[in-house]
Ligand binder design. Structure first.
Ligand code: ATP
Ligand code: MG
Length: 394
């Protein structure tokens, strides 16, 4: 019965020129999300509102589920359009609407009419009164509550007449593309996809880098990261995934540095390389899935030592979260099942039995001097040979 959706968005901070940037980004992301849905849609912006019109048959649940991936949407209102064929006919349409949408009518309601064109014979107060009466006549079990109604029945008089009352909550946040771009260090784990999701929610576009270490990490491990990027890209839009071959760097560190420092030194090189790619691709920051104390490489000491190589801001949206809180989000955004697939990630092969948990920056730097001979060339080669995969959810 619904043929359209009215898209509600929080307007805070959306004043003046920002408003267009915000709305245009929202429209772009809505169109991207709708490509995944059966049916054809038109997205239009009129008088400070965004509507999604269905041009063909469509699957209601699927469409709503996909609209819920668009950051910036605060509410999704399913709308019924009816032709203007007089007020009496409108009364019949509204009664039919209530009958269809609310099988249980033991509810209070309020009619909220708006006239977008003033040539309609009744003004909005008259419509509210008259329509209220028609509804009460049709459904004596309903009653009016103008302050806190169960059902806010909106009637908008436009070219056609729009009827809506339900608001399905959207994901909130800001439309992706309104707040610059950042580079996500994406591994095959649970945390980093969640970290990317959280930063994208603030309107930030995401690119990603994955450090691959064949043959120690398999093609399946890489495919898993591509799959995760695709799941995240439902929310973020297309992701440029940079796959860096990290094997030679890893082996070289393994050969030249104390094994209990391998992970931390490796992580410093990951951050360095990620930052170089970020700079080349106009990203303004890095994103990781780190959380204080989760593993040896994420103690405060380790994070400080890792961070030292970066000049860009590093965003760690999970920093204060417990694992279970992160898992809950990964389940909500549907990455969990993929993240827990058992394919090894590039750290597990080389992990020492007793990695340092309180690395000392000076000691680490001294040991990194052992790499002086070849590391620049290896980093150069890693950057030269990286593969870029454009990941989309369409
Ligand atoms: P995740 O669940 O995201 O893999 P984790 O708990 O396994 O995190 P680490 O392996 O210490 O933690 O990694 C910390 C962060 O470093 C990750 O969240 C991710 O941002 C980044 N990272 C780790 N390994 C890789 C990799 N192979 N490629 C790209 N980024 C990585
Ligand atoms: Mg990991």
């Amino acid at each position: 019965m619904f043929t359209a959706f009215l898209i509600k968005y929080a307007e805070i901070g959306v004043k003046g020129k920002n408003r267009y940037v915000f709305e245009d980004a929202l429209v772009t992301q809505i169109k991207y999300a709708l490509k995944r849905c059966e049916g054809e849609f038109k997205v239009r912006k009129t008088q400070g509102r965004i509507y999604v019109d269905a041009l063909t048959e469509f699957d209601f649940d699927e469409t709503v589920a996909n609209l819920k991936t668009v950051f910036g949407i605060s509410g999704i209102c399913p709308v019924v359009y009816v032709e203007d064929e007089g007020f009496e006919k409108l009364g019949e349409d509204v009664v039919a609407y209530i009958r269809d949408v609310y099988p249980d009518r033991n509810k209070t309601f309020k009619v909220a009419a708006r006239r977008a064109r003033k040539n309609y014979p009744l003004d909005s107060t008259e419509i509210n009164m008259e329509m209220g009466g028609i509804i009460l006549d049709a459904f004596p079990e309903m009653s009016v509550d103008v302050h806190n109604p169960d059902i806010m029945l909106n009637i908008e008089i436009r070219e056609k007449i729009y009827i809506y009352s339900e608001i399905i909550p959207g994901p909130g946040g800001m439309p992706v593309g309104t707040n610059g771009k950042a580079m996500l260090l994406l591994s095959g784990g649970i945390d980093s996809p969640v970290a990317g999701y959280m930063i994208a929610k603030r309107g930030v576009k995401i690119d990603a880098v994955y450090f691959h270490a064949p043959p120690y990490t398999s093609e399946r491990a890489k495919q898993k990261v591509v799959d995760l990027a695709r799941l995240v890209s439902r929310y973020t839009g297309p992701i440029y995934l940079h796959v860096v071959n990290f094997t030679d760097i890893q082996l070289y560190i393994y050969e030249k540095c104390p094994h209990e420092e391998l992970t931390i030194i490796m992580r410093r090189y990951m951050m360095k390389i990620a930052e170089q790619i970020a700079q080349e691709t106009e990203c303004l920051g890095l994103i990781t899935g780190e959380s204080i104390g989760q593993v040896a490489s994420q103690t405060m000491h380790s994070l400080a030592v890792t961070n030292e190589v970066c000049t860009m801001p590093v965003f760690r949206p999970l920093i204060g979260m417990d694992k279970q809180e992160i898992v809950d989000i990964s389940e909500k955004i549907d990455t969990y099942e993929t993240s827990i697939l058992p394919y090894e990630d590039c750290c597990t092969i080389f992990v020492a039995k007793h990695p340092v948990t309180k690395p000392n920056l000076n000691v680490i730097k001294r040991h990194e001097e052992n790499l002086a001979e070849n590391i620049d060339a290896l980093v150069h080669t890693a950057l030269e040979t990286k593969e870029v995969i454009i990941v989309k959810s369409e």
